[in-house]
Write a protein that binds this ligand. Sequence first.
Ligand code: KG4
Ligand code: ZN
Length: 336
Amino acid sequence: MNTPVSILAIESSCDDTAAAVLKEGKILANLTANQAIHKAFGGVVPELASRAHMENIWPVVDAALEQAQVSKEELSAIAFTRGPGLIGSLIVGVNFAKGLSLGLDIPMIEVNHMQAHVGAHFIDAPQPEFPFLCLTVSGGHTQLVKVNDFLDMEVIGKSNDDAAGEAFDKSAKLFGLEYPGGPLIDKYAQGGNPLAFTFGKPKVKGLDFSFSGLKTSILYTVQKAQKDQPNFVQDHLADLCASVQHSIVTILLEKLEQAAEETSISHVGIGGGVAANSGLRTRFEALGKEKAWHTYIPKFEYCTDNAGMIAIMGYHKFRAGQFAPTSIEPLARYPL
Ligand code: KG4
Ligand code: ZN
């Protein structure tokens, strides 16, 4: 009988230190240490993130192995995020993987973080059939990805400026909400009217996105209203959040619908941190029903940054024999 494939995966591209353990395609542990320190600064401070990764990485890895009941000696390979992300954060994960690979004499597998957000769909059943169309929406990226196979992905649309997550976070900052503001916009939006305010819509050709015009439009709406109503934001917080969320989701879904039509793909999914947004999830499912798509949304813990998605991509690369040399370096920019 073949020995089962066991993979330890590390994710450290931004401000979460995450480790996961996979055995024969199944995730047995998926743990994340969040870095609360950045809240006080209203955004991720790269230097502090790298230091926190250094502190967190061993405890998170040990806890993941313990939870999975897999010993280091049983590991077949170590998968890690090579990029894109903050270079100081990536260096911690990459060097940790190198150390473990040399110490245990097991191969390393490098994973592209944005491919892994798509790969989150391959973790649990039902899994999408190929070709599959994925809208990946995170804090740093907004991409429409045509997925031909586990390791064959093509970006067919992307944001020309801010990512969808940034549009959420920057709007939240304008409303005086804590970083990261996306989840708070989602929370306050529940009690608001999504049509209370209308903001300028981007005019971008093809399958690309733009969110910078929306950001300016929101800013002007608030500044204009505040001239006569100093407490405008506090008094209209729910309506503002609901309207911002509605606008961002509309921009995303219009392009997703266009992409599905142009590619004639009917297996369609959303992924990345913004896929945790309740407005996006509800309207995506409704659109899918209307268009007779097969729709896919990964479990919440596999939408926001996590190492489970790195582990599943590592597993497919292991099976394809795609290993990384020990000289490998992290990449702050790493196109799909
Ligand atoms: O994928 P992710 O965890 O990290 C990156 O790779 O960037 O995405 C983080 C982004 C942040 O901008 C955060 O505000 C947003 O996802 N986000 C949300 C929600 N949960 C996370 N945005 C809107 N609604 C949510 N519920
Ligand atoms: Zn991410």
